[in-house]
Design a protein around this ligand. Structure first.
Ligand code: NAP
Length: 251
C-alpha cells in the first residue's frame, strides 16, 4: 500500500482554512495546518493542526523532517514576511517543494485617492496635515508606530485587543473580524467623521468594502505596500493549489 502524501499548510488566512478543508476531502493526501497562535479564536480548521512558532527556519526544517512532510504550502498573510522567508529556507534545506498561495493585491481604480507608502513608519510620517481623524486598519502589532501623533485621533480596528503593555495611539479600539459590508463601512466612516484611512494592501474581498466606501466618500487611503516575498512558485487561489497538487501527485 502506498503511503499518503503529507502537506504542511502554513496558515493564518481564510484561504489557508479553505484549502485545508478541500485537501481533507482528497484521498491520498493528509494535511496539517499550522497557525502562529496570535488570534485568540482562530478560524476553525477541518484538518489536524498545530499552533505556535517553530523556532526560525531551522526549527521549521526540523519539524518538516520529523513529520516527514512531502510539501509545504505557504498560505500565510501577504504581510507575514518572516515566516515566508523561513519557509523558503526550510523547504530548500529539506529538498521538498514549496508553493506560495497569495491573494492578488488591490489595484487602484478610477476615483481612488491613494497615497502608497512602503511601511507603517512612512504612513505615520505623512499623516500630520492629512487629516485629524484617521481610521487605522493595520491590525494590532504595529500600533506603536502612530502613538507619537498626539494631535490625531485614531479609530483602530483589529480582531483581538493589543497586549496590556502595548503602546497605543490616542483614540478608540474597535474589535471586529471581517468580512465587512459596504453599508457598515460607509456608516462607520461617516459616524466617526474619518478624514483618511490607513490600510495594508492585503487584497481579497473580506476587507475591501472600506476601500470602496472611501472612494465613494472622497476619503484618502494611505495604502501600505506589501513586503517582498521570497522567490518561488506562486498561485493566487485555492483552486490553483489543488491543481498544482493534483498535477504533482494524483494525475
Ligand atoms: P511573521 O512576522 O511572518 O512571523 C513571525 C513568527 O511567527 C515566525 O517567525 C514564526 O515563528 C511565527 N509564525 C508565523 N506564522 C506562522 C504559522 N503559520 N505557523 C507557525 N508559526 C508561525 O508573521 P506575523 O505578521 O506575526 O503573522 C502571524 C500569523 O498571522 C501568520 O500566520 C499570518 O498569516 C497571520 N496574519 C498576519 C497578518 C499581518 O498583517 N501580518 C494579518 C492577518 C493574519 P518561528 O520563527 O518561531 O517559527
Amino acid at each position: 500500500m502506498t503511503k499518503n502524501k503529507k502537506v504542511l499548510i502554513l496558515g493564518g488566512t481564510g484561504e489557508a482554512a479553505a484549502l485545508a478543508a478541500k485537501i481533507a476531502a482528497i484521498p491520498g493526501i493528509d494535511a496539517i495546518a499550522s497557525l502562529a497562535g496570535r488570534t485568540r479564536e482562530p478560524i476553525t480548521l477541518t484538518t489536524p493542526s498545530r499552533r505556535g512558532g517553530f523556532g526560525g527556519a531551522t526549527g521549521l526544517a526540523n519539524y518538516l523532517r520529523q513529520e516527514r512532510i512531502d510539501c509545504l504550502i505557504d498560505a500565510t498573510h501577504p504581510f507575514a514576511a518572516q515566516i515566508s522567508f523561513n519557509a523558503a529556507q526550510a523547504a530548500s534545506d529539506c529538498g521538498i517543494p514549496r508553493l506560495i498561495l497569495s491573494r492578488p493585491a488591490w489595484e487602484k481604480v478610477s476615483g481612488d485617492n491613494w497615497i502608497e507608502v512602503e511601511n507603517n513608519q512612512a504612513a505615520a510620517n505623512i499623516l500630520p496635515g492629512l487629516a485629524l481623524r484617521i481610521f487605522l486598519t493595520i491590525g494590532r502589532q504595529e500600533l506603536a508606530s502612530y502613538a507619537h501623533l498626539k494631535n490625531i485621533w485614531f479609530l483602530m480596528r483589529m480582531i483581538d485587543p493589543p497586549a496590556a503593555d502595548a503602546i497605543v495611539p490616542v483614540g478608540k479600539l474597535l474589535l471586529a473580524r471581517g468580512p465587512f459590508s459596504l453599508q457598515s463601512e460607509r456608516s462607520l466612516l461617516q459616524e466617526y467623521k474619518i478624514g483618511a484611512i490607513v490600510s495594508k494592501n492585503s487584497g481579497g474581498d473580506a476587507t475591501y468594502a472600506k476601500i470602496i466606501a472611501a472612494r465613494e466618500l472622497g476619503i484618502i487611503v494611505v495604502m501600505i505596500q506589501r513586503p517582498p516575498v521570497p522567490e518561488g512558485e506562486k498561485v493566487a487561489d485555492v483552486k490553483s493549489v489543488l491543481a498544482w497538487l493534483e498535477k504533482r501527485w494524483l494525475s
